[in-house]
Ligand binder design. Structure first.
Ligand code: NCD
Length: 351
């Protein structure tokens, strides 16, 4: 088969250039996404609109967008949906992907994050997608390599692409379109329930959603939800009674109880289920119209029952699907940012 050549007739895709006014330090490539706070509302809108356009594009045109560009996935922690959807997103744009996971690489021999990043760059990586158990690791990698880095979850810190796909799921449920402003979620109450303390998903959502006007209720027992969490952003309140939180909610995000991070915490799981489990009776009584979300992985029968997870109010499958669209947009933005490459097929991008 002859090598694919870029189609010069493909429609131009506009990307809001990553803003220099964002909170990222100057050494970090502006195509990086390390925290959901990095994004201005204009950038958010641009990413959501780009996700829409890429999702609707003819796949045989779309896979010329980043033809043969090199995207590395560096995963120090287990992952199913985040890793697969980043990989599918990169491939849908025609990029070459390579996966490095801790168990099968020189990381196991003690190679540092810095050296691993430099090695990937030497091998031609143009963007690194990083999942790490260490909060802040993506900042170090971005500074060391100078490459755009997409944070696919760092310790207990952030998971910004998850917050963006959650936002896309919410907007579509509300038929709100992608032209977000500071007021888009002004009449919307979103409860995030469960292990808030350990959750990078909760943090990224709690930082993002109030900026679009949402009222965010954090719900859970004290060991999993310290009082200080209310200070994450204006517009956040704490409600310990799940039934009271549900009764006010349009959207409910359930979180996994993270067994791997529970050591030393006094948590009675049976009591937890009684107070915080999303089950049919509770949802029917308190929130019969609310959208039920969960970033996965789900522990069925603990934070959520199968009936609710698979029921008509559940958006869990949509969340997973929205992950691919959002991650295509983030990879496009990352590779457009370094100034060397024009993302328009047929222009001066490396092929
Ligand atoms: C989460 C994660 O890894 O942060 N899952 C995900 O990426 N969709 C949540 C979790 O581990 O519970």
């Amino acid at each position: 088969m002859p090598p694919k050549t870029p189609d010069r007739k493909s429609p131009k895709i506009e990307i809001q250039s990553a803003s220099v006014s964002s909170a990222k330090p100057p050494l970090i490539d502006p195509g990086s996404l390390l925290s959901s706070n990095d994004l201005t509302i204009d950038e958010l809108r641009s990413i959501l609109e780009l996700a829409d356009r890429l999702e609707n594009e003819d796949p045989t045109q779309r896979d010329k967008r980043l033809f043969k560009r090199r995207v590395s996935l560096l995963f120090y922690e287990s992952s199913t949906r985040t890793r697969t959807s980043f990989e599918l997103a990169a491939k849908a744009l025609g990029a070459d992907t390579s996966l490095v996971s801790a168990q099968s690489s020189s990381i196991e021999k003690g190679e540092s994050l810095k050296d691993t990043g430099i090695t990937l760059r030497s091998l031609g990586a143009e963007c690194i997608i990083l999942r790490s158990p260490y909060s802040g690791a993506p900042y170090l990698l971005a500074e060391t390599t100078g490459l755009p880095v997409l944070n696919a979850g760092d310790g207990m810190h952030e998971h910004p692409s998850q917050a963006l796909l959650d936002l896309r799921t919410i907007l579509r449920h509300l038929n709100a379109g992608s032209k977000v402003t500071e007021k888009t979620l002004a009449d919307v109450t979103i409860t995030i329930c469960g292990d808030i303390f350990h959750s990078r998903v909760a943090r990224s959502n709690a930082l993002l959603l109030p900026r679009l006007g949402a009222r965010v209720i954090l719900c859970g027992p004290l060991p999993l939800l310290p009082e200080t969490a209310a200070q994450l952003a204006p517009g956040i309140v704490i409600e310990r009674d799940f039934d009271r939180a549900l009764a006010q909610s349009d959207i409910v995000m359930m979180l996994r109880i993270q067994a791997e991070r529970l050591a030393g915490l006094a948590l009675d799981l049976e009591e937890y289920k009684g107070r915080y489990q999303a089950n049919t009776a509770r949802i029917a009584a308190q929130a019969p119209r609310a959208l039920i979300m969960h970033p996965g992985p789900i522990i069925r029968g603990l934070e959520v029952t199968s009936e609710v997870a698979d029921g008509p109010q559940s958006a869990i499958a949509q969340q997973v699907r929205n992950g691919v669209a959002i991650r295509m947009a983030l990879i496009m933005r990352a590779l457009a940012s370094n100034g060397l490459h024009d993302v328009r097929p047929g222009k001066n991008g490396r092929r």
